[in-house]
Ligand binder design. Structure first.
Ligand code: G6Q
Length: 544
């Protein structure tokens, strides 16, 4: 954090110390208009942050904090295509992938839009061909698509395809990511080689998991159908066109993207091909349009009603001012069941950093642990801790006004639960209330005294709610882009690089070193006692 930001943070902490005695419920008692003044809209999405302890003064201080961190300059540098990913010397321009219109987007003095449009045109042509059967396999029209990728080359398309299941009218899609052979084996057991299209999705085309799975799929396919059909049944999504060729994938079936698209920001690029195949190019366009609308909102809206900035500042308040360690994302939307997993990568890989842009260790907290599961399921599992545990866990609730399907009053019940949870977390239940309720039910005075403490809900636990009309491809594009820009804003305030991921390297290096030891081709000499012991035991168990 740069000095002026630190000063602002101290002011915020002083304000928090002075006002911590005021509960969120009391803020509503003091201000009848609080819901209106502490909520904002981005298009059709309503973002309610009134159920947090942020008051007028705190919000003003948070705005000052953003200004002190030079957020506007940083946002301008992002959109201008400057190489803000400084440790990799790259621009960050996933926004260009969802850009419509004719305006150029310059990176290194070159307009990248013609290249983007050309790849998208080829994707549309290919997707239409596959969907109408004019591009087919040796056994006829493709019935199944297997996307082989991991991390950013898997989570985005897998999450989005699931989220848009109500619009799925193309071939069945499957996602294989884990190097655990169980993953590919279970998918191969479900598909027919002659009508399956394999998409190898890898920016670098060197990732161990993806290349291992791709080779296994290729060998299985060759055994079933033959080597000569590989070109007809395999496509590649990558920036490494030389490597896709070496794998035996046709240039015509290779869809490229660029190094200024980070893996976890790549669902908008060729990496989204499986989504396009599943829901069709029109829906995919709507998905891009939703994100583009948020880009415009983020770039042009005043800070006071700028939803991604507000989301980020609420997060900063919880993380840096209140000191909360984790952040729960709780979609009341079964189709968003992979949304938290997706956001985990987006947020934790982007902002899980401890070195600032100047190369120094930060002296403040950065990204929180992000986690979550859909409601109402979570209510019957981990919500106990959110309500009564010792940690305060700020949570985002997401709920549509309308469901994608007609199933009696399921949706009203779902919504009632979402609203009830945020209310319960805020208002809580006092010991006296708990005791009186027990007495009213006829419990003895002695038992009421004994049980009441267990039935206390401290309340005053903060939540934000996103309410949207229906989970369409447009709304989904908006939701993802909102979180993307939130992550950017927080990284800007923390003065860290949100766009590299060096923290994933060491484990990869060591796995490379250990593979020959695990295979028994090298010995474990020189390694620490635990690793040596584990590998020896591994060998012994296998021999047994
Ligand atoms: C994302 C990360 C990482 C990446 C995977 C797959 O931002 O860089 O999750 O997407 O490691 O990489 P490849 O696409 O190169 O196989």
């Amino acid at each position: 954090m740069i000095e002026p930001t630190k000063k602002q943070l101290s002011r915020l902490k002083a304000h928090r110390d002075a006002t911590a005695g005021t509960t969120i419920s009391q803020l509503f008692e003091q201000d009848e208009t609080r819901f209106d003044t502490f909520s904002a809209r981005c298009g059709d999405i309503l973002f309610d942050y009134s159920k947090t302890a942020i008051d007028e003064e705190a919000r003003a201080l948070l705005f000052d904090l953003a200004e002190a961190a030079k957020l506007e300059d940083k946002r301008a540098a992002l959109f201008a295509g400057e190489p803000i990913n400084v440790t990799e010397g790259r621009a960050v321009q996933h926004m260009a992938l969802r850009r419509s219109g004719e305006e150029p987007v310059m990176i290194d003095g070159e307009d990248v839009m013609p290249g983007i449009r050309e790849v998208r045109r080829r994707m549309v042509e290919f997707a239409n061909g596959v969907r109408n059967g004019s591009i087919a396999g040796t056994g006829g029209a493709f019935t199944d698509i297997v996307n082989i990728g991991i991390g950013g080359s898997d989570l985005g398309p897998a999450m989005v395809t699931l989220a848009l299941a109500p619009y799925h009218d193309g071939p069945r899609t499957h996602f294989v990511s884990n190097v655990d052979g169980a993953d590919i084996a279970s998918v191969l057991a479900r598909v027919t080689a002659a009508t399956t299209l394999f998409i190898v999705a890898s920016k670098t085309f060197t990732t161990q998991e993806t290349m291992t799975n791709a080779q296994t799929a290729r060998a299985w396919f060759v055994e079933q159908v033959g080597e000569e059909a590989v070109r007809q049944h395999f496509a590649a999504l990558s920036t490494a066109l030389d490597k896709t060729d070496a794998f035996g994938i046709d240039e015509e079936r290779t869809f490229g993207f660029w190094d200024w698209v980070g893996g976890r920001y790549s669902v908008w690029s060729a990496i989204g091909l499986s989504v396009m195949l599943a829901v069709g190019p029109e829906r995919f366009d709507e998905f891009l349009a939703g994100a583009e609308a948020v880009d415009q909102h983020f770039r042009d809206t005043d800070i006071a009603s700028n939803v991604p900035i507000l989301m980020a500042l609420v997060g900063i308040w919880h993380r840096n001012v209140c000191g909360y360690d984790t952040h729960a994302v709780l979609p009341y939307d079964q189709h968003l069941s992979r949304f938290a997993a997706y956001l985990q990568q987006l947020d934790m890989e982007s902002n899980g950093k401890r070195i600032d842009l100047g190369g120094n260790e930060v002296d403040h907290q950065t990204g929180p642990v992000v986690w979550g599961e859909p409601g109402t399921n979570g209510q019957h599992a981990f919500y106990q801790l959110i309500h009564q545990g010792t940690s305060v866990i700020p949570a985002d609730f997401l709920i549509a006004a309308r469901a994608n399907q007609k199933t009696g009053d399921h949706h009203e019940k779902l919504a009632a639960n979402a609203f009830a949870q945020t209310e319960a977390l805020m208002v809580g239940k006092s010991k006296e209330q708990a005791r009186n309720e027990l007495l009213a039910k006829g419990t003895s005075k002695e038992d009421a005294d004994r049980l009441a403490p267990h039935k206390v809900f401290p309340g005053n636990r903060p939540t934000c709610t996103f309410l949207y009309p229906k989970l369409t491809s447009f709304i989904l594009g908006q939701l993802i882009a909102l979180y993307e820009h939130k992550v950017f804003v927080q990284g800007a305030i923390w003065d860290i690089n949100s766009f590299d991921q060096w923290g994933v390297e060491l484990g990869k290096e060591l796995a490379g070193e250990l593979l020959p030891v695990v295979k028994g081709e090298a010995n474990a000499e020189g390694r620490n006692g635990s690793t040596r012991g584990l590998i020896d035991a591994f060998h012994a168990m296998r021999a047994g």
